[in-house]
Design a protein around this ligand. Structure first.
Ligand SMILES: [Zn+2]
Length: 443
């Protein structure tokens, strides 16, 4: 292999390492695949709804989104449609090279196509949204105008992106309002446009989704069809053949899986999803799968690593329901991991301190001598100390130190008004902690 030259951007002196490299307990969980007990999975469709017919049109001019809904329904399947609001404000612009990432616009995205924005999105296609909801399908947010949350050097050097967290929030709230005003439909799940997570000033899509009260809807299997191939038939094959191969190797390969598909054209202005979906559904139902909405999938299996019907799974689900942050940002519980002080603060105070974290990052002031303003646990730790649930002697919070029995007793008596028996342990795991808290709540 030839030597690959790294084109690293110059790093400002004194700049801290990215927090994103570590995993942290988070109110927003990135849902990618879950630990389902049975053969159940979900299919997500991005970038619609789409009023234009399938290309090539083998469905007598029916809107693509309707073709997808009817195909799903023939198999008793429910889809999750990750919709946009409207891309018609993304001008002036010009179309990029056909077959490239800029096929539908050089500076912005236009759905379903450049210059045809009025044929797509929830604002222009309310009848398609109504039809999806009537069919029992789920709607999730892909942002109002499908503008990436932040700049990324990969692929999109010259594309427009949101300038800051405020603009991201304005865009998300706009689509949220469209769904609320039009259908009384509360959006709960969202996927960032073009998969870009970073937002200027040290924020990320996790901050935006926490402010919205959303969960991050990712996917664990790319249903393909978006990359142009030699022919339409080849593209349809790319949609279902990898699935067939995986199922042959392991019939359980799609348990708890979330499949990514596109409610729109690929870069060659073809829609292999229209025929590929049928083949996927046939394979899945032949192997005994039920295709459900992502919300139902999460109802059956909320976490990535722990089954819902295990002791830890049940306890953690109960805590989630009470507004605790039980899982890491990748939706794992990691029940064997040692519970650390920063994690404890975040579990109890994460949701309450979403706004405070944003203020803290903007202020640039460190709340503790050993925690910077951008530390993901900084705001939760500050509230934990203010409420007396935890202590920070000498202005040090020690976020990475394991929680001791005495610290846990103080935390429980302050936060829950109940005191656990002082065990003979030195460290407590996440799993043991869930069971202990749920036990105290049931006393
Ligand atoms: Zn998209």
């Amino acid at each position: 292999m030839p030597f690959m030259k790294k084109t690293a951007r110059p790093v400002k002196p004194g700049r801290r390492r990215k927090q994103q490299e570590a995993l942290w307990i988070s109110p927003v969980r990135r849902i990618e695949r879950v630990a389902a007990a049975g053969r159940i999975c979900a299919i997500t469709f991005e970038d619609g709804p789409c009023q234009l017919p399938a290309l090539p049109d083998r469905f007598r001019g029916k809107p693509l989104t309707l073709v997808l809904a009817e195909t799903l329904e023939r198999y008793g399947a429910k889809g999750t449609f990750i919709v946009v609001g409207d891309t018609s404000e993304n001008y002036p612009d010009h179309p990029g090279r056909a077959g490239s990432f800029a096929w539908n616009g050089a500076g912005w995205d236009h759905f379903p196509d450049f210059g045809r924005d009025s044929q797509g999105g929830a604002v222009h296609c309310p009848e398609l949204i109504s039809r999806l909801l009537a069919g029992g399908h789920e709607i999730a947010s892909h942002g109002y105008a499908h503008i990436p949350f932040g700049w990324t050097p990969v692929l999109y050097g010259v594309r427009h992106c949101q300038p800051d967290l405020e603009s991201v929030m304005t865009d998300l709230r706009r689509l949220h309002k469209v769904m609320e005003d039009g259908w009384r439909y509360p959006l709960r799940l969202s996927r960032p446009p073009r998969g870009v997570d970073s937002i200027k000033e040290g924020f990320s899509s996790y901050d935006a989704y926490a402010l919205m009260g959303y969960q991050y809807l990712a996917s664990g299997f790319d249903g393909a069809g978006r990359i142009p191939m030699g022919s339409y038939e080849a593209e349809v094959g790319a949609v279902w053949q990898p699935m067939e191969r995986l199922l042959l190797e392991d019939p359980d390969a799609f348990r708890g899986q979330i499949i990514l598909m596109k409610d729109g054209c690929n870069m060659a202005r073809r829609t292999p999803v229209a025929d590929g979906l049928e083949r996927q559904l046939r394979l899945l139902s032949d192997h005994g799968y039920r295709v459900v909405t992502v919300s139902e999938l999460l109802e059956q299996a909320p976490f990535r690593d722990v089954p819902a019907d295990s002791g830890h799974g049940r306890a953690a689900r109960r805590l989630l329901g009470l507004g605790w942050c039980a899982a890491f940002q990748d939706n794992t519980l990691r029940p064997e991991a040692v519970l650390r002080r920063g994690e404890l603060a975040m579990m109890a105070f994460g949701w309450e301190t979403v706004r405070r974290r944003v203020e803290l990052v903007r202020s640039g002031r460190a709340p503790f001598r050993d925690m910077g303003p951008r530390d993901p646990y900084a705001a939760a730790a500050a509230l934990a100390v203010e409420t007396g649930a935890m202590a920070a002697p000498g202005g040090r919070f020690r976020p990475d130190a394991p929680v001791t029995p005495v610290e846990l007793a103080q935390f429980c008596s302050t936060r829950l008004g109940r005191t656990p028996p002082l065990g003979g342990w030195e460290k407590i795991s996440h799993g043991e902690f869930f069971l202990l808290i749920v036990g105290l709540l049931d006393e």
